[in-house]
Design a binder for this molecule. Structure first.
Ligand code: COA
Ligand code: MG
Length: 302
């Protein structure tokens, strides 16, 4: 099971931060060419990201491939900007897993990118697997169309949530409890599932110094059905990984649920009570998922 818990933004213009990418333990390195980069820096940032991707592609082909290599994604500028096409052309060839498409609101936005990637992949000969498109939902229109957007291309495997732009768009006040985001978060989880995608990825937590707040928000995202979180600082990697890991209590409970149910089935029974709580098939299924997730995370650490 591939893990997509932490998506670390690295501004494409910042050489020092880009140079760190290869040593960080995030599941995804997300180079940004969009809002973290000033307009006058767009070309320089594109060249820096290109060079970094090329270097890591060469390194990966070398003998010392690192275990737990992160996936590389790039957030390009939106299709209605003069930078979009050059951004995509610059990075598509360099071993990235996918392109993050910001401010997606209509299927047409996805089609424009899909067309470019189809063209490039056809020119280059087949490439397995195809480059993913990851729509970033960060406006009311985008959220409203989330289900259609999720189905707009076979390249889409999951959606990202951008809460800062979204709150600005709907004129909500961003708070740490996040009540104002609950509807959007749950809508994205349901739209993703209904469209047959993987669970979505939650938005950034802006207060880099508030580790407890980050943990709380990540636990909420997990509780709602997200599989990961966008992050902005290396300090945020460990708390997010921890918050997505099943706790030792959850693991112990899952193990006793499975054991009790198997015992009941072996004795010719079915649904039973364990410590006053009903256990039937979906409960067992959830317990198995909890243990699978715990094992994948243990393996990733090893
Ligand atoms: N990626 C890689 N390295 C990072 C990093 C990131 N996103 N954020 C910080 N670092 C590095 C710094 O370079 C610094 O390295 P050093 O110790 O060798 O000097 C170290 O981590 C500590 O950084 P710190 O001084 O705490 O932060 P900062 O002031 O350098 O940067 C931010 C703070 C918020 C500007 C920075 O974290 C950042 O650029 N985040 C991403 C922003 C972004 O892409 N936003 C767009 C999407 S919302
Ligand atoms: Mg944004």
């Amino acid at each position: 099971m591939a893990l997509y818990r932490t998506w670390l933004f690295i501004p494409g213009s910042e050489e020092k931060k880009i140079a760190k990418a290869g040593q960080l333990d995030a599941d995804v390195i997300l180079f940004d060419l969009e809002d973290a980069v000033a307009v006058q820096e767009k070309e320089v940032a594109r060249e820096r990201v290109k060079a970094a991707l090329l270097a890591q592609a060469i390194r990966r082909h070398g003998a010392n491939e690192r275990a737990n290599e992160p996936h590389y994604f790039v957030r390009v500028n939106p299709p209605d900007t003069p930078f979009f096409r050059d951004d995509v052309e610059a990075v598509a060839k360099l071993g990235i897993t996918g392109v993050v498409l910001p401010k997606v609101e209509e299927n047409e936005h996805v089609y424009v990118l899909e067309h470019l990637l189809d063209q490039w992949e056809a020119d280059a000969g087949t490439r397995q697997p195809p480059i993913e498109i990851v729509p970033l939902i960060e406006t009311a229109r985008g959220l409203y169309h989330a289900y259609e957007l999720a189905k707009a291309s076979k390249r889409i495997r999951r959606l990202l949530f951008g809460s800062v732009d979204y709150a600005l768009d709907i004129r909500a006040t961003l708070t740490k409890q996040g009540h104002e985001l609950l509807y959007a978060r749950s809508h994205l989880v349901v739209a993703s599932r209904a469209a047959g995608l993987e669970p979505p990825i939650d938005s950034v937590f802006l207060d880099v110094h508030d580790s407890a707040g980050l943990t709380e928000e990540t636990r909420l995202a997990r509780q709602l059905g997200f599989q990961g979180k966008l992050i902005i600082h290396p300090k945020q990697i460990a708390p997010v990984h921890d918050a997505f890991a099943p706790t030792s209590e959850e693991r112990a409970e899952a193990e006793s649920v499975i054991a009790a149910y198997e015992q009941s089935v072996a004795a010719g029974g079915g649904v039973i009570l364990l410590d006053g709580k009903m256990i039937d098939l979906p409960v067992v299924e959830r317990a198995r998922k909890t243990l699978d997730t715990a094992r994948s995370m243990e393996r990733r650490k090893a």
